[in-house]
Ligand binder design. Structure first.
Ligand code: PGA
Length: 256
């Protein structure tokens, strides 16, 4: 079966609008026209407009790094789903561990945002992952289970085409430490089983489960070869066009 990988860049709080547009331009130029891989770049909010213009009509989709759960109103400093939609945003990263750790996002908030994103026609990339302390205390699966069940509460099988999950062990993010392909695959398989329990087998097979946490050209082949790893959510290696393209090439190789 041909797999439909997704390689998603998360540029975090890096690059101005001008710098983001320049990076997006490079990526668009280097991506082959008929790439079998779905590709997305997620600049910071202030760069979405510039990057949107740059990727328009290309193989590259646009993602945002967060959004507010309400449709509109008195929420100073926040951004709604429809504001993202108006800039042709396709994907939105929700519940990233940095949002959970520094901004107090809970599973219930992630759930509200996920529901709102789906209602607005966006594709949520819902992030889950354990800390080093939790892994060492043998709590990995319990933590992931409560994040998956809490974050996806009340969602049905009809969201399977839009929903994406990203497994990002917190201890591997930006640290250069990667989960071994076996460690990552073990958790991905558990997540697939949780999705089966929540939404049924056929929905669970359709939902893409990305790996994130120091994915780079040197380890991508092995990670993407795992049965339940359907792509990557990439931070550091997405900030340079050549390494990002190399990850897309790795995914393309696996899908052929
Ligand atoms: P990293 O970040 O690739 O720099 O580890 C991944 C992420 O936080 O999404």
């Amino acid at each position: 079966m041909t797999r439909n990988y997704l390689i998603a860049g998360n540029w975090k709080m890096n690059l101005t609008a001008t710098e983001s547009a320049a990076l997006a331009k490079e990526v668009v130029q280097l991506v082959s026209q008929n790439s079998s891989v779905d590709i997305c770049v997620s600049p910071t909010f202030t760069a979405l407009d510039a990057v949107s213009r740059m990727v328009n009509g290309s193989q590259v989709s646009l993602g945002a790094q967060n959004m507010h759960q309400e449709v509109s109103g008195a929420y100073t400093g926040e951004i709604s789903a429809s504001m993202l939609e108006s800039l042709e945003v396709d994907y939105v990263i929700l519940g990233h561990s940095e949002r959970r750790e520094y901004f107090g996002e809970t599973d219930s908030l992630v759930n509200q945002k996920t529901v709102a994103a789906l209602q607005a026609g966006l594709k949520p990339i819902v992030c889950v992952g354990e800390t080093l302390e939790q892994r060492e205390a043998d709590q990995t699966i319990a933590v992931i289970q409560s994040q998956v069940e809490g974050g996806l509460a009340s969602l049905g099988a009809d969201c399977a085409d839009s929903l994406v999950i990203a497994y990002e062990p917190v201890w591997a993010i930006g640290t250069g430490k990667t989960a071994t392909p076996e460690m990552a695959e073990a958790v991905h398989a558990e997540i697939r089983a949780m999705l089966t329990g929540l939404m049924g087998e056929s929905a669970a097979q359709k939902i893409r489960i990305l790996y994130g946490g120091s994915m780079k050209p040197e380890n991508a082949d092995e990670l993407l070869a795992q049965a339940n790893i359907d792509g990557g959510l990439i931070g550091g290696a997405a900030l340079k066009a050549d390494s990002f393209i190399s990850l897309i090439d790795s995914a393309a190789k696996q899908s052929n």
